[in-house]
Structure formats: structure tokens, C-alpha cells
Ligand binder design. Structure first.
Ligand code: FES
Length: 134
């Protein structure tokens, strides 16, 4: 075995926490972020403080995918942020016209079932469900 390679493998200079984690870069609303490959897009959005509705998602339950309030555009296509894994170079828009329209339509579908009707403006609804975030 190459002694240099053996030294680097047995080096005690690094703790397990020093191991470089692989990361990928992607854009969210025009800003560049580093993320863990295969991380759920919704988890990254929450970690970065990006506001996004998520009525049926809870990290301990996983992606139920029943409400569609988390729809965003990824590379120009509408996707559920709670069910989309991050890929390098992805371009995500949470606040585009397409994403906002899709999120609003999702609330229009589910609110009558919750007894809210359509009386509340969208920004009020967003506030109503903000407390559901982890
Ligand atoms: S949070 Fe409900 S479908 Fe994604």
C-alpha cells in the first residue's frame, strides 16, 4: 500500500464531524443555495426561511401529498415541494405567477372542506397555516 495513502486514511487530525458533506448548488427565487443532495425541497425551503404553504406536510409523517399548497416551479415545471428531491443546478421559483396561482387554487379546493369558504384573502390564509410549519 502506498504509505501516503495509508497515512491519509488513518489520519487522526480530523474528527468525524469534519468529514466534508457532499453538497449541490441550486437557485431559489434567484439566490444560490448549497444543499444536501437528495434533500427534500420543502425541507430546504423551510431551513432557508423561504415562505411556502404546506398544509399537509409534517416531517415526522413524511410527504402525504394531498393538499398541493406547496406547489412551486422547478426548472419551469410545477412540482410539490414536499415530494421533490433536490438536484444540482435546479432553479426553483416559489413566488412566480404560476406557483402563486397553483397555491391559490389548492387553497380554493381545500378550504371549503375545512369550513373556511373563499372569503379570506390569500395572504390571510398563508398566515392561518403558518403555525403548522415545524
Ligand atoms: S404540503 Fe401538501 S402536497 Fe405538499
Amino acid at each position: 500500500m502506498n504509505p501516503t495513502a495509508a497515512n491519509s486514511l488513518s489520519s487522526s487530525h480530523h474528527s468525524p464531524n469534519d468529514v466534508a458533506r457532499p453538497s449541490v448548488r441550486l437557485k431559489i427565487n434567484g439566490s444560490v443555495f448549497e444543499a444536501i443532495p437528495e434533500e427534500l425541497l420543502l425541507e430546504l425551503l423551510n431551513r432557508t426561511g423561504t415562505k411556502i404553504p404546506q398544509v399537509c406536510y409534517h416531517p415526522q409523517l413524511g410527504s402525504i401529498q394531498t393538499c398541493d399548497t406547496c406547489l412551486v416551479e422547478a426548472n419551469g415545471t410545477l412540482v410539490r415541494a414536499c415530494a421533490t428531491r433536490i438536484e444540482s443546478g435546479m432553479e426553483v421559483a416559489t413566488n412566480s405567477a404560476g406557483a402563486a396561482t397553483a397555491q391559490r387554487a389548492a387553497f380554493d379546493r381545500i378550504l371549503p372542506q375545512l369550513g373556511f369558504g373563499r372569503a379570506l384573502p390569500f395572504f390571510e390564509l398563508h398566515r392561518c397555516f403558518a403555525h403548522l410549519r415545524p
